[in-house]
Design a protein around this ligand. Structure first.
Ligand code: ATP
Length: 202
């Protein structure tokens, strides 16, 4: 499959944040989006995910088969906020997402073990530390098979060991034919990734 952007533009509050973005990612390829605060990295990821409208140009997936007819259905979106209910347990949150997203992959227990949170699944999500919350959200990526991972500052709040573990998970996803688009201020350990530098907002 391929993820293709042509002359893509995005807006916030009626103002153009970026324009003329083009890239083509084959399976197994990653794009690392960099730029100063306010440059439009989060906006770009949200436009790709379909959470914000495309202001200009096009973004599309090709060759993803019948399972994934749209980018939204083909994508995991990991935003700044973790999209978990604080009063529900970690396991309950992940079980919800696994059922909601379909295409089951790892079990909730296996996903929690993989991110080093085995044994903590019974805790309310709200009890977790910042880094543990991020790891639980990363576990969400593992519970459903979706070929495109859209990651907004995925390693923010992670300690060194968790950062390295997550780099391994991203590499595994790419080796399995997945695609990654990640906005980041920190090196992600993805050798050979393509780069996209967004400019300073006005
Ligand atoms: N809801 C909104 N309404 C209007 N403008 C917005 C809105 N959200 C963001 N913006 C503006 O859009 C621009 C791009 O913001 P965005 O969050 O995409 O930047 P970013 O590159 O991800 O920044 P950071 O590195 O701080 O996360 C900024 O100028 C921001 O003020």
């Amino acid at each position: 499959m391929r993820l293709i952007a042509e002359n893509l533009g995005g807006e916030r509050g009626g103002e153009t944040v970026f324009s003329g973005i083009g890239f083509a990612l084959e399976k197994g390829e990653a794009l690392v989006v960099t730029g100063p605060n306010g440059a439009g990295k989060s906006t770009l990821l949200r436009v790709i995910a379909g959470l914000l409208p495309v202001a200009a140009g096009k973004i599309r997936v090709e060759g993803s088969g019948e399972d994934f007819s749209s980018i939204a259905s083909a994508s995991h979106y990991l935003g700044h906020l973790n999209a978990m209910k604080t009063a529900l347990s970690v396991e309950e949150n992940l079980a919800f997402w696994r059922a909601f997203q379909g295409e089951p992959a790892l079990s909730v227990e296996e996903a929690l073990e993989t991110v080093g949170l085995g044994g903590l699944g019974h805790l309310p999500f709200g009890y977790l530390s910042t880094g543990q919350r991020r790891r639980a959200s990363i576990a969400k990526l593992l519970t459903s098979r979706r070929p495109v991972w859209l990651l907004d500052e995925p390693t923010a709040g992670l300690d060194k060991a968790s950062e390295e573990r997550f780099a391994g998970l991203m590499r595994g996803h790419l080796e399995g034919g997945g695609i990654v688009v990640a906005a980041t201020h920190l090196p992600l350990g993805l050798r050979g990734a393509k780069g996209l530098a967004l400019g300073v907002a006005g």
